[in-house]
Design a protein around this ligand. Structure first.
Ligand code: FEO
Length: 394
């Protein structure tokens, strides 16, 4: 295993997790990478590290360039174990090394996970560290998405080591945006933001402002590919996401028992199409929550339907709503719908959950007793159509 030179004196020494398929609920069909970087200067520096089971792979890549015992500086941009899991093994080899992490949260998080006796120095936004010919500058990004997040800017080479930010869960042999399919990289960066950063959009906006003046020639991420030829594209995507920019778009999500709720889902979808509003429809059983959230992040409308089942909603839909609640997208108008036999609770449950997320009700919920007839569907279609006409006029 060898390191990959990314510019003079700086190497990628990360690992590729080809088999990763789930990152605590976020589906990762393309796998991921945990990117770490080695800087050869007067003080040998390691920027971040990798998930613990991959430690030997990272050490082998470091060893292809230099003896790991020579590392003197370890930057920990983020203490989540996918970037800190190798710390103890690295420290065992590099006995003189010091860890630099955000104060106070990075220090607390690393000590809580790896022991109080870690040789760790807390840094604040704007602090810098000379490693010889080069200078590292630190910019804290609290709660994007843990309390300790920070990025490290290598002043002389104009490289931003951005950790999770600008990353993607994407396993690839390529390291850079100009070696890989740009559309896939941007799509996965969007999915990453929607499933990891979305609840912390205000903090992400603040962070983006704080690094706005930096002259960046390369963004070296800790997941997926890094950016050097398409920095304006990834910055533009983040600008849209951190300002919750919306499109005229709807997402329809449903579960069904005997097809009645599905009939309503089709009606709603068709109505959006007739109004020239872009729409995607998902049977929740056939789609990963994380893909739906990625679509929803930029949508203005959400329709959610479930039949009543044991006085409740169907469990797969309940799981989706729990995931949705955690990610808390904003600026959404909703429709609750469903079919029922004798109870009818499911529609109110959906209505209450969506209202509790501070979404705005677009139209009265559609509660259908058993199978909808044409007149039931037409009546609801007219109501939805009127509501959408009002939206267009707004
Ligand atoms: Fe890739 Fe928040 O860790």
């Amino acid at each position: 295993m060898i390191a990959t030179k990314i510019c003079e004196g700086i190497y990628w020494v990360g690992v590729i997790d080809w088999g990763l398929r789930n990152f605590h609920g976020y589906s990762t069909p393309l796998g991921s990478t945990y990117n770490a970087y080695l800087i050869l200067d007067e003080k040998i520096t390691l920027i971040d590290n990798v998930k613990e089971p991959f430690t030997e792979e990272m050490l082998a890549r470091i060893s292809s360039v230099i003896d790991p015992s020579k590392i003197e500086v370890i930057i920990s941009n983020h203490g989540e174990p996918d970037h800190s899991g190798s710390l103890l093994k690295v420290l065992k080899l590099a006995k003189q090394a010091k860890i630099y992490s955000a104060a106070p949260n990075g220090v607390k998080i690393l000590k809580a996970q790896y022991g109080d006796d870690l040789p760790i120095v807390g840094v604040k936004s704007g602090d810098s560290l000379s490693i010889g010919k080069r200078t590292l500058e630190f910019y804290l990004a609290p709660m994007v998405h843990w309390p300790d997040n920070m990025v490290t800017y290598l002043k002389e080479d104009k490289i931003l080591f951005s950790n999770d930010i600008f990353g993607q869960h994407l396993a690839s042999s390529e390291r850079f945006d100009d070696e890989f399919d740009l559309d896939i990289a941007l799509r996965e960066a969007k999915k990453y933001y929607a499933n990891i950063v979305l609840p912390y959009t205000k903090q992400a906006y603040k962070f983006a402002e704080s690094i706005g003046k930096l002259d960046i020639k390369m963004i070296a991420t800790s997941h997926g590919i890094s950016w050097r030829s398409h920095i304006p594209e990834i910055m533009s995507l983040y600008q849209k996401m951190t300002t919750s920019t919306k499109k005229e778009k709807a997402v329809v999500v449903y579960d069904t028992m005997w097809g009645s709720t599905e009939d309503i889902a089709h009606l709603i979808t068709e109505t959006f199409m007739e109004k020239n509003i872009s729409v995607v429809m998902y049977n929740i059983n056939d789609t990963d929550d994380s893909d739906i959230i990625t679509e929803l992040m930029e949508a203005k409308y959400l329709a959610v339907g479930s039949p009543t089942f044991n006085n409740n909603i169907l469990p797969r839909l309940a799981s989706f709503l729990t995931y949705l609640k955690g990610l808390a997208p904003v600026g959404i108008k909703y429709i609750a719908f469903g079919s029922y036999g004798w109870g009818g609770q499911s529609i109110n449950i959906i209505d209450d959950i969506l209202a509790s997320l501070k979404f705005e009700r677009l139209v009265e919920p559609f509660k259908q007793n058993y199978k909808p007839k044409d007149e039931d569907l037409n009546l609801f279609k007219n109501k939805l159509s009127e509501a959408l006409d009002k939206e267009v006029k707004l």
